[in-house]
Design a protein around this ligand. Structure first.
Ligand code: ADP
Ligand code: ASP
Ligand code: MG
Length: 407
């Protein structure tokens, strides 16, 4: 049985007209002799609407109930779309996460997939030509509904592709591929024909929301080729695949940015062993993910520790830090939410030095102050004031020769 997994994002299923475009893609897949698993997101704006409802009803919305609530967006999409398929005479049915089942852990709001009953899906594909699956959702072993984190339908799709041995996983969205940077903020961004899993992982984790980071982790682990393409064109899109030598020719292949950052500093922390554990231990216990960390050099036995977290975790982080500061004797805790990070990514950086220096020089020339820096083998990340983020993306895009060649 040849199985193809296709996933359509929120803008692709926004209304009847868009869903008819989606149906054309699915019918084309069937015409190529595939059995199809079609993963859908909630219609655009719906997940935000539901999350806002939760905040209206409760100051501290229960996480498990939040998942019951937000997962309904995808339920609406799959029911409506399956009706459209049946109108066209296709043997199709919808499937919610628990009906598969798509089993996850119980980390509500960002659950991880632990198992997919692929035998049951294969059996269903004997009876139906298309299974329309609700993305973003799963269920715990004891049957409670979970969601996989914002953008998680990509992960549902790639996980299903891995479990079913789909030749390729097609991710349909509102842009026709992965670009050198977000085409919606940089008009000179170029579409890439291919991108390495490693680079895509860094781009996704640095804020390029075109693919959910865990979907890329799955794709890399199970070697699933992922093709990002547009629902509204016939462009072949971008293939996310294993690295090859041609990809190393480029020093930097993409620029990503993330505005979901808040910076927290603990001033005058005693510079003694165990302090970092005392600061970051309580945060990790509460499930707060810390992103960038900088510790200043010691002055008179004291130092400053600065780190960033997601803005949604800021209040919780500040409450924890107030207690930590009192315990370890830090003088004060300050924070800033008007920050964002910009990253330059490329597997070519492994064999070249000087990328960071070029990036800093270009930003300095435009008067952009660098607040924090972090680097890895294939990326450099810079924290700056949020108001400069779009300018910084364009400057770095230009500095590393990624601009669209107008000639
Ligand atoms: P969907 O609802 O289909 O899942 P998303 O909004 O999650 O779509 O992702 C698509 C968006 O990702 C694009 O509209 C674009 O603004 C943004 N994006 C950010 N970085 C990139 C990039 N490097 N290449 C393409 N799109 C990007
Ligand atoms: N509907 C979810 C969200 O908006 C999941 C997704 O679209 O991938 O985050
Ligand atoms: Mg998305």
């Amino acid at each position: 049985m040849k199985i193809l997994v296709q996933k359509f994002g929120g803008t692709s299923v926004a209304n009847l007209e868009c869903m008819k475009k989606v149906r054309e893609k699915v019918l084309a897949g069937l015409a190529r002799g595939n059995k199809m698993v079609v993963v859908l997101s909630a219609r655009s704006g719906e997940t935000n609407r539901l999350l806002a409802l939760a905040d209206e009803w409760s100051n501290t919305p229960d996480k498990a109930e939040c998942d019951v609530l937000v997962s309904t967006g995808e339920q609406v999409s799959i029911a409506l779309f399956t009706m459209l398929l049946k109108d066209a005479g296709v043997r199709a049915r919808s499937l919610l996460g628990w009906q598969i089942p798509m089993t996850t852990d119980d980390d509500y709001g960002r659950a991880r997939i632990t198992d997919i009953d692929s035998a049951k899906l294969r059996a269903a594909l004997e009876e139906y030509d298309v299974l329309v699956v609700a993305g973003f959702q799963g269920c715990t072993e004891d049957g409670r509904i979970t969601t996989l984190g914002r953008g998680g339908s990509d992960t549902s799709a790639v996980a299903l592709a891995a479990a079913l041995g789909s030749v390729e996983c097609e991710i349909y969205t509102d842009v026709d591929g992965v670009y050198t940077t977000d085409p919606n903020i940089c008009s000179t961004a170029r579409k890439m024909d291919r991108v390495a899993y490693e680079e895509m992982l860094e781009m996704a984790s640095m804020g390029a929301k075109v693919l959910h980071i865990r979907s890329v982790e799955f794709a890399k682990k199970y070697k699933v080729p992922v093709r990002v393409r547009s629902t509204f064109t016939d462009d072949p899109g971008t293939l996310v695949t294993q690295e090859d030598s041609s990809m190393e020719a480029l020093l930097v292949s993409g620029i990503a940015y993330d505005k979901d950052q808040a910076r927290v500093t603990l001033h005058e922390v005693p510079d003694v062993p165990g302090i970092a554990a005392a600061v970051f231990g309580p945060l990790s216990e509460k499930g707060v993910l810390v992103d960038m960390i900088v510790q200043n050099t010691s002055l008179d036995g004291h130092t400053d520790i600065t780190f960033t977290v997601s803005r949604k975790d800021l209040n919780q982080t500040l409450a924890i830090m107030d207690e930590v500061a009192r315990k370890i004797g830090a003088s004060e805790v300050v924070h800033d939410v008007n920050v964002a990070k910009v990253s330059a990514i490329g597997v070519g950086m492994r064999n070249h030095s000087g990328v960071a220096a070029r990036a800093f020089a270009a930003l300095t020339q435009e008067g952009i102050n660098i607040l924090m820096i972090s680097t890895s083998e294939i990326k450099i990340t810079i924290l700056i004031q949020e108001k400069y983020v779009e300018l910084a993306v364009r400057i770095l895009h230009d500095t590393f020769g990624l601009d669209w060649d107008i000639n």
